[in-house]
Design a protein around this ligand. Structure first.
Ligand SMILES: NC(=O)c1ccc[n+]([C@@H]2O[C@H](COP(=O)([O-])OP(=O)(O)OC[C@H]3O[C@@H](n4cnc5c(N)ncnc54)[C@H](OP(=O)(O)O)[C@@H]3O)[C@@H](O)[C@H]2O)c1
Length: 298
């Protein structure tokens, strides 16, 4: 059976990768803390800080996976403003080190970046558009993807937008949070001036399989078919889960007073993936229906 190594194994995307690959791959996960996979789950989890290059090199050499999927990141966008060095260590230096190791050991690598590499002033953006990251998280992620693409590894960088999906013990999950609040009849305030085409993590996991199977190295965008505000996205979630949208109130981003800037007019053009990988880009409604189905059977 092929061996797959996944960093940040407890995270949202990784949990979806486990669902995607578990039946035909032996999975080796790395993460900072013990998480959701008990020994009997059959996922081999090693606890380590990816900043420890020696430990990472040792485990990559000993496991010799058929591919490495790097999902781990410093993802707290606002805290990164105060912890710029830590964000750069994890989001820039670690992918650089991993891609160099993958080149040396002949391991194909998938790296997950973000739409935050763009200013968000004039989206949607194609893979060929110029990057202009704003804020420490964004700048550190841009440095990370540039290092991976500049390496000699057989590497793919995929940029998702705001990601949503199902999982256990997730640090932040917009859909779970919103559905929970609305079920308890609590009013929520959602920004109506940030636009993008959200990325469904379960389908991103499927895309990663295709990219590895086709050895489709390079840069790819992946999101849904339409670009909507976060407020409209929330309305669509309420509709999918049969909840009343009367408690969803629109607010503007400035009212949140967040430390880091957010891309306001973002969105990722997915034509390259649609045309070159022959992958069907779905509407938000179609993907939310898949998520509901996934959550109903979970
Ligand atoms: N979520 C989004 O909306 C979104 C949007 C665009 C792009 N992305 C990108 O997509 C990728 C996956 O995101 P996600 O939301 O699935 O991530 P996540 O749920 O935050 O999971 C990331 C995992 O990486 C671990 N980690 C962080 N620093 C580490 C280190 N130094 N060593 C080892 N493990 C470490 C985290 O551990 P702790 O929890 O213990 O810190 C966590 O388990 C990331 O690269 C992110 O930048 C995410």
């Amino acid at each position: 059976m092929k061996r797959l190594m996944i960093t940040g194994i407890n995270g949202m995307l990784s949990q979806n990768l486990v669902k995607e690959f578990n039946h035909d791959h032996e999975i080796f996960g790395l993460d900072l803390n013990p998480g959701i996979y008990p020994d009997e789950a059959g996922i081999h989890v090693s606890i380590m800080d990816l900043n420890n290059a020696e430990a990472v090199k040792e485990i990559l050499k000993s496991i010799a996976p058929d591919a490495l999927i790097h999902t781990a990141a410093y993802t707290n966008v606002d805290r990164a403003e105060d912890e710029r060095d830590i964000a750069f260590a994890v989001n820039a230096n670690v992918p650089k080190m991993l891609s160099e190791l993958c080149a040396e050991l002949g391991i194909p690598m998938v790296h997950i970046s973000t739409d935050y590499v763009f200013s968000g002033e004039s989206g949607p953006y194609a893979e060929t558009d110029l990057c202009d990251a704003r804020g420490s998280y964004a700048e550190s992620k841009l440095a990370g993807e540039q290092a991976v693409l500049a390496s000699k590894a057989n590497a793919t960088v995929i940029r998702p937008n705001v990601m949503y999906g199902h999982g256990e013990q997730l640090k932040s999950s917009f859909v779970d949070w919103l559905v929970g609040e609305l079920k308890q009849a609590k009013p929520v305030r959602i920004v109506d001036d940030q636009y993008n085409n959200p990325t469904y993590a379960r389908r991103l996991a499927e895309v990663i399989r295709i990219v590895l199977d086709k050895k489709a190295w390079g840069l790819w965008h992946f999101g849904s078919k339409e670009i909507v505000s976060r407020y409209t996205f929330a309305l669509k979630i309420a509709d999918t889960f049969g909840l009343s949208s009367s408690l969803i109130n629109a607010i503007s981003t400035v009212e949140l007073n967040q430390k880091a800037p957010r891309p306001m007019r973002s969105g990722l053009i997915c034509e390259k993936m649609k045309n070159e990988l022959d992958y069907n880009i779905l509407s938000i409604g179609e993907e939310l229906a898949l998520l509901k189905e996934e959550m109903d059977v979970a």
